[in-house]
Design a protein around this ligand. Structure first.
Ligand code: GDP
Ligand code: MN
Length: 380
């Protein structure tokens, strides 16, 4: 689960990492009131779950409260990479002398948290990694040993930070960020930029925070931070119906029984020259209600042009799944073409049942590749 900048900053502040004082606003009036309370110059920041807000015009400095109201009016409603701005964070403006970057991510390959620190902050970290790899200090933490000051020092020297005042503050921030990362079961905590003010104070000016979904049950206060209104409508519907579903970019709706098969189905659609619209796993069963729920979620995405239903009969036999599909199609009307590949236990019987009762928009193909090709063709 991704958090908004202001939510991440709340967790940072809780961990003792210095951040600027700010207020949440959802209207220009609220932005003005927030700026009045804070006093002086403020920065008005779009709260959206995507990066690059600055470049997209979603971060603006305001001289006073009236200006904050005007800037809020400009930013609210902006579309930033497909995310519409509905919330603003108004915080006391900072003077910036330097912009650094600090993050901790979970490195699955190494099975360890990874620290990254560079003085080349403010820009995309991928760009730094590509253009100036030597400027990026990287170091793994040992999850059993936890935070070690010598590691933080090595990281700081590796990044070439030689001012003693900065070193001291950044060492403390790394320690607190590590504690925050572990305590919240985070997958990513990123500060970009980590600024140094002209007075030499180090502070987190932005936050990117991802918490492991599987650990949310341990953090009800973080789970509550989810902005239901901003969630993808299909993913929200899927969550309500208990369907395992991930929205993708393409036009071929995908449904498989089992996570592995569903993933292979995504791949084979790409091999056939198409673009999957989603990943959807029906699980091991093939009962009519499960099929209805999954098809409702898939067809609620108006980008979907065809549906590829990939079934392998195992413990759930092919004929049962075929009956489930037919029962589902009786309960709902779907105009889109549906391509079915049915194989495995009792596949012949399943295909016969489908062929006998099949509505005209149902296509039964013998192999996975042929079914994918047909679904891609019908989608274009
Ligand atoms: P992002 O573009 O989504 O990463 O949003 P950030 O929160 O990182 O802001 C983008 C940029 O805006 C920062 O790198 C800063 O250069 C600038 N910025 C943000 N807050 C302030 C501020 O308080 N004062 C000044 N002078 N610039 C700021
Ligand atoms: Mn940033």
């Amino acid at each position: 689960m991704d958090l908004y900048e202001y939510q991440g900053k709340q967790l940072f502040a809780h961990a003792g990492i210095p951040v600027s004082e700010g207020r949440l606003a959802t209207t220009p009036d609220e932005a003005r009131a927030a700026a009045e309370e804070l006093g002086g110059a403020v920065v008005v920041k779009a709260q959206v779950l995507t990066g690059g807000r600055g470049k997209a015009g979603g971060v603006k400095l305001a001289d006073d409260a009236a200006d904050a109201e005007a800037k809020a009016r400009e930013i609210l409603g902006l579309d930033i990479n497909g995310h519409v701005v509905r919330r603003l964070w108004v915080e006391r403006a900072s003077d910036i002398a330097k912009e650094y970057y600090l993050s901790i991510t979970f490195d699955r390959g190494a099975k360890k948290p990874l620290y990254m620190l560079t003085t080349e902050g403010g820009v995309e970290i991928e760009q730094v990694a590509e253009e100036q790899p030597d400027a990026l200090a990287r170091l793994h933490a040992d999850p059993l040993e936890g935070f070690q000051p010598y590691q933080a020092r090595r990281l700081i020297y590796g990044a070439g930070i030689d001012d003693p005042g900065e070193q001291k503050q950044i060492l403390a921030i790394i320690e607190k960020l590590y504690a925050c990362f572990v305590e919240t079961d985070a997958m990513l905590t990123e500060i970009n930029p980590l600024i140094v003010t002209p007075d030499g104070d180090v502070r987190a000016l932005d936050s990117k925070f991802t918490v492991d979904d599987s650990a949310l049950y341990r953090h009800p206060e973080i789970a509550e931070m989810r902005d239901v209104a901003a969630a993808d409508p299909q993913e929200q519907l899927a969550r309500e119906k208990g369907v395992t579903y991930v929205k993708l970019e393409g036009e071929v709706g995908i449904l498989g029984n089992g996570a592995g098969l569903s993933m292979s189905t995504v791949d084979v659609v790409v091999v056939a020259g198409g673009r999957p619209a989603n990943f959807c796993d029906l699980g091991g069963g093939g009962d009519a209600q499960g099929v209805v729920d999954a098809l409702e979620v898939i067809t609620s995405d108006d980008q979907v042009r065809s549906i590829f239903f990939n079934i392998f009969g195992g413990i759930t036999r092919g004929d049962e799944v075929a009956r489930g599909i037919l029962a589902a199609l009786e309960q709902m009307s779907i105009e889109l073409p549906i391509v079915i590949r049915l194989d495995g236990t009792n596949a012949d019987e399943g295909r016969r049942i489908l062929a006998e009762a099949a509505p005209p928009n149902l296509y039964v193909e013998p192999t996975m590749l042929e079914a994918a090709q047909r679904a891609v063709e019908l989608a274009s």
